[in-house]
Design a protein around this ligand. Sequence first.
Ligand code: WT7
Length: 579
Amino acid sequence: MGSTMATTPHLQSNMSSYEEACERFSWEAAATALTGLPGGGLNICHETLDRHADGPDADTVALRWLGQDGTRREFTYAQLRTTAARFAGLLDELGVQPGERVFSLAGRVPELYAAALGALRHGAVFCPLFSAFGPEPVRQRLARGDGRVLVTTRALYDRKVAGIRDALPGLHHVLLVDDDLPGRLAAAAERPVAATGPQDPALLHFTSGTTGTPKGALHAHRAVIAHHVTARLALDLHPGDVYWCTADPGWVTGTSYGIVAPLTCGATMLVDEAEFNAARWYETLERERVTVLYTAPTAIRMLMRAGEEPRCHRDLGALRFVASVGEPLAADGVRWGEQALGTPIHDTWWQTETGAIMLANYPCEPVRAGSMGRPLPGIEAGIVRRDADGRAVRRPDGRPDLVDEPDVEGELALRTPWPSLFLGYLDDPERSAKCFAGDWYLSGDVARRDADGWYWFVGRGDDVIKTAGHLVGPFEIESALTDHPAVAEAAAIGVPDEVAGQIVLAKVILAPGHADSDALRREVRGHARRLLGAAIAPRRIDVVAELPHTRSGKVMRRLVRARELGLPEGDTSTLERAS
Ligand code: WT7
């Protein structure tokens, strides 16, 4: 950065003392920052768009969209409201009922944002899918979520939906953003905000578990209270900020913090349609004068790898605050930010189920490099003792056995309730109930708390894989592999990768009559990629003669992983022994 570096306008951070903020905080008071609807109603579209479009911010840019090809389009709060209102009107025309699911499967195109906000305005439930998913994850999610409407593009429809459409009898309408949608929107009537209540369902995000099909975490309109509070306190968003959340709306971060949170703050949100490219990112930060950046450790590592060259002639002086989420951020990443971006990277922690940031390093105090930070005001966190099988220990009254002393590893838990806590997994009360012990939510992550109250990530308590910040369920991958006739059994594990954190590795046992060869492995891998999509398909496939099983017949992925990485095998008492 040269001498032309602009000075950051002095801005009072939204939190000046963490302790004070915690003491003063109440969710009731926090909710008054939003306006709500008459009679105690609450609707995310009203809080994100109408609140600004009806006031002095009507002409502030809500969405600044950068096309892959260099196109630049801007939508003010008033304009985005009009399009969202038309989309909501179109849903009425189509006969969509409140609570019915509207899915999207699209890259980061402007119509996706209008559809999300329009669906919320209508009272439908919005469910974004990642455009890099293959037909199988798309089918699973549309079927489980009983999608009534799908908003997608012609190309994605042809490649991923056409072949599965017959298996989705509940999918009544497909709207194509590059075909019939613009005309239908232009003709649609603007619909006022639906009279939703805080508890009414609004957003559905699929997430992966160790076993079984993906789980649909359902969130209510009340989540917007937490989106707003955390955007202010953990991301330090102010009206007028140019804010860039690099996550795709196909994942929860890209919706909570890539659509809802910034708009509740009256910020301008930047959306880049293109995929990661270091030179493009630095150029964008400079040209658009981005003030707040929310990204993922994988992206930070890619920037670090790209070196100084794409950065050295860029003026990043507008950038005031940078945060990351989704996977561990090592201390060297935090410090790199300081030197390369002019601000350390503030790690935050949360999950699809928590709906909003729960732990954070705050702008008003030094970052503890390598730590996920401390609980948001209004959030109580704890560490729960684990038994020999790694399960959270419950006391006789059902409450978790919380650890008092510092530096003990255990399951990270959060005391309920808070506004963005999920309503439960769709149609799966059993799996939902497993997440709770008394009035505590159990995260499934293993962590420790230091003597000063900062939380440190240790690992996941289950076999779920995090690759490039995306949560991938091993079962979904194994099912796609065993779908190939040559594969008898499969185990999917995450193995360390310098950039993506982890990559997916699959160990497969071949069916009788098939012999290992490069060609066969390539074919199986191609098959998995076609079904699953490039984002989650295994990067590498190894053919093995056997896999370790429990006596009840389940593959012990933990052991497969330990053996692959040369780690201690841990407790193998349930291992089935060859006789
Ligand atoms: C899992 C949740 C975070 C919202 C988007 C992803 C891992 C998240 C951190 C962090 C280490 C992290 C956890 C968590 N994770 N943040 N700061 N350090 N790990 O939501 O897809 O539901 O994933 O991401 O394992 O449980 P998600």
